[in-house]
Design a protein around this ligand. Sequence first.
Ligand SMILES: [Zn+2]
Ligand SMILES: [Zn+2]
Length: 435
Amino acid sequence: MKDYIKSLEIILLSTIVTSRRISDWLTGRNSTKVRQWQSTPRYNARRIAFHRSETENAKVILGSATPSIETLYAAERGVIELHTLSERYGEGKLPLIEIVKLKNSSEEITPRLKLFTNRAVKEGNQAVYLLNRRGFAPFVLCGDCGTAAECPDCSIGMNYHRGKGMLCHYCGYSADVPVKCSKCGSESILKLGSGTQKIEETITKEFPDYRVFRLDQDSARKKDAVFDLLEQMHKREIDILLGTQMISKGFDFHGVTVAGIIMADIGLNMPDFRATEKIFSLLMQLSGRSGRGGSEGRVIIQTLNEEHIIFDYLKRQDYSGFYREELKIRKMINYPPFTRLARIVIRGKDEDTVCESADTLAEILKKTGSEKFPKIMILGPSPAPLTKIGGNYRYHIILKSSKLKDLTALIKTALDSFKSKAVYVEIDIDPVDML
Ligand SMILES: [Zn+2]
Ligand SMILES: [Zn+2]
């Protein structure tokens, strides 16, 4: 084991030290486009660790309660070795998981969650609540015509933050809440939905005597916020810890016997082939915060759509069942781990230029592809799900192939004959998201 850890350290260290070489490895040397690619080096740390382990003749250990579909598939095929911990370490038992239907999207704390929270706190234990949405209200819109306040630089709605007006979570643009609707002039401006700040208020109303701590990107900015949290949780000076996904991993609080997921639906319908896997993994991780100290833990998962297939697997904590189901879907739609992916994002300030450039690049890719790499599948171009971020319009092209070498060779050849100064081209091999 000691040797393994040593090797792991060497890999991590050399990965950091030679990070310039990483981009060489990813993109190939001596390419005229290397500089362009290097300016936003995108790499998959897991793949780099494996690559380094080959060159350094070292071992890599990946550890997770929810390994990725790709990793499990590699284990299944014998590419890597799987070691399973089927029982909780120490005295901890696996918690009981309950799926509770929310009456509507404005219900925040169901009677079941309230009941178990009260029981836990009365026994001197603690609860953690997860809501993967920071701010106060995620939607600001006109009560008469429904027009939403959007960030002028991004194609997404503005979030209302208590005492701070509206904030764009993608580019950081901020503005006051409008007095009138920009479209119909109505003065009825609504702040809808719930973010962590709003749930914090609700908790304070529902449980006026309990001590609440909120951990999200906003509260974590305060000096020592995380340190204070750790100390107060261990001293049991907090009854309910509320947070975004920041609270789902790594913490080992022995007093927590209840984990509540305020709305499990957030993120499930993202236009990303890994959306279900990401949410499943997040909910499993959060469930794992409950009952670590020996007392029986309980997890209340609140959702608007309790029929969703992931809840069946979650209830049974059946990660391998979920894995098999998800693998079937990936195979059907030919996505990783059944293929390698490359995503090319073309972005720029002028939408027509971006649209035209994306089309030109796709044409070159398709022409070169059909001549030299007929097995590569090329999808798009199409507007990226996040069509505009920080004033840049974004279109993307997706390439699929079982051979990474073919993918990079095709992209390099195509980029050599693609000349455009008006747009920026991002290449992402094995992208972690498709937004
Ligand atoms: Zn209006
Ligand atoms: Zn923005």
